[in-house]
Design a protein around this ligand. Sequence first.
Ligand SMILES: [Zn+2]
Length: 319
Amino acid sequence: MFSGPPDVFAHGFSTRRAGVSEVPTLSAMNLFSSRSRRDPVAVVTENRRRLALHAGFHPLPLRPGQGIKVDHANAVWVLGNPEPERYDAMVTDRTDVVLAAPGADCMPVLFTDPVRRVVGVAHAGWKGTLLGVAMETVKAMVGGFGCRVGDVAVAVGPSVGPCCFTLDRAEARAFSRIHPDCVPDPDSPRPHVDIRLANRLLLQRGGVLPENIHDDASPGRRAVTLCTSCNPQLFFSHVRDGAHFGTQVGFLWIPGGAAVGGAVGGAVGGTAVGGAAVGGAVGGAVGGAAASGRLQAPAGTPETDGASAAFGSDDVQSL
Ligand SMILES: [Zn+2]
């Protein structure tokens, strides 16, 4: 299925490490601030710079910037069209445009089509999952760029697992309707909910191939999507940390050469940045680099859990 060059895409997921935010719940690699979640803009800017340097996309900015208007809905912005007032997903075929989706329990979801060379990101919390934001992103790739659904690969980043995420019964019922397995304890006063499974099932019903979805239920592979709430040393979590939670991101882009060090091939400054794995090359270009064990990050640089973590190999990688 994968017919293009193996290193078409560069991508990764940030962790909370090696940034400069000092507020305990934002420490240290917080990538977002607002009136309700205060972190000095200079601090967030420095964290973004560190991520860009280390992941290999400096000086390209993350899209969107500070002003992302997450709506917990399903609007998709196809870059080039007028920017909607609010949206939770983006799609483009442009090179050197670094798309990012935030998360702090919500799923940062990455999409690629290696045939048409199109990428997308989505922010999918429980509401967006029910509204089908992931499949809406795929549809935007199909409608905007002629992608075939069967060519689209999806990676689900660190997010709250069914171990830690609960909703009230009425809300959980909507997930039971997608599939009973999405709510293992529907009669409990506050049932646990598996938003990743719901996300997967909705994508599969839309035609995405099961083996092209990389999450904690990837067929034949070990679980690769870690729980943000269960891993306080690695990730921010709204469920765990409360209202003043930090933000991590999933990011990807189509390298065109403008980034310093260009991440094509996965090698940036001697360490691995996940690339290329989306689209069937799992275990190939990216896995080979990032699955080789825990790589040492230079002092003061952020860590990202590499593409390999999302796309089928080992533990969270320090890039
Ligand atoms: Zn958990």
